[in-house]
Design a protein around this ligand. Sequence first.
Ligand SMILES: CC(C)(COP(=O)(O)OP(=O)(O)OC[C@H]1O[C@@H](n2cnc3c(N)ncnc32)[C@H](O)[C@@H]1OP(=O)(O)O)[C@@H](O)C(=O)NCCC(=O)NCCS
Length: 182
Amino acid sequence: MENLALTEANEEDIDFLLEMWNDPRMMRYAGYPEGRCWSDADIRRWWQGYLAERRRSGNEEPQLILHLEDGTAIGESHYGPVPDGFEVGEWRKPEGVKCLMTDIKLLSRYWGRGIGTQGMRMIVELIFAKTSCELLVVPPHRDNPPAFRVYEKAGFLLTGIEAWQGYEMMELARERFNKLYR
Ligand SMILES: CC(C)(COP(=O)(O)OP(=O)(O)OC[C@H]1O[C@@H](n2cnc3c(N)ncnc32)[C@H](O)[C@@H]1OP(=O)(O)O)[C@@H](O)C(=O)NCCC(=O)NCCS
């Protein structure tokens, strides 16, 4: 087990996010942000938009950074609300249920050492502790078995529902979280 820490992104993390989001191997099945080549100007624009949205929504959609004990940034995550009426493919957000969507991404040199699972469990704990989320969802791609496995090990259940083009929804309800993470 590593000594990992989760923090909210700040301006010093911009170069790290640029490195992550420009790594095609890392972003192949990641979905968010949209697959494209990021320039320095793009990411600075994104950062300004992120800060503005953060002020508007009261920080409902924080960008998180995963660090090693010595402070090295090795991964990131993001979570945000899924609104009522949201449907994608066969998946529909249950009406009136406070639902959030999240994910995890790690620099590829850290894959395969259990860090993704440990980090995902920390993200899940943070979300259920900091928000009134009742249902947390993640959308791994069918061709991305490590993501399915990490989410499964963090407690998410497969719905078997295709959300969009190869992405399936997995769900973790607060009740199940309370049982698993006690
Ligand atoms: C998904 C990701 C975070 C996993 O991180 P990681 O640190 O490698 O994960 P872990 O080492 O904790 O666990 C990986 C699991 O996947 C399994 N796995 C790896 N490759 C696999 C494959 N081809 N088929 C089946 N299982 C596989 C591993 O055996 C391990 O499971 P186990 O502990 O039961 O043996 C990492 O691959 C990543 O950042 N990918 C790019 C971003 C991404 O796609 N994120 C998901 C967006 S929805």
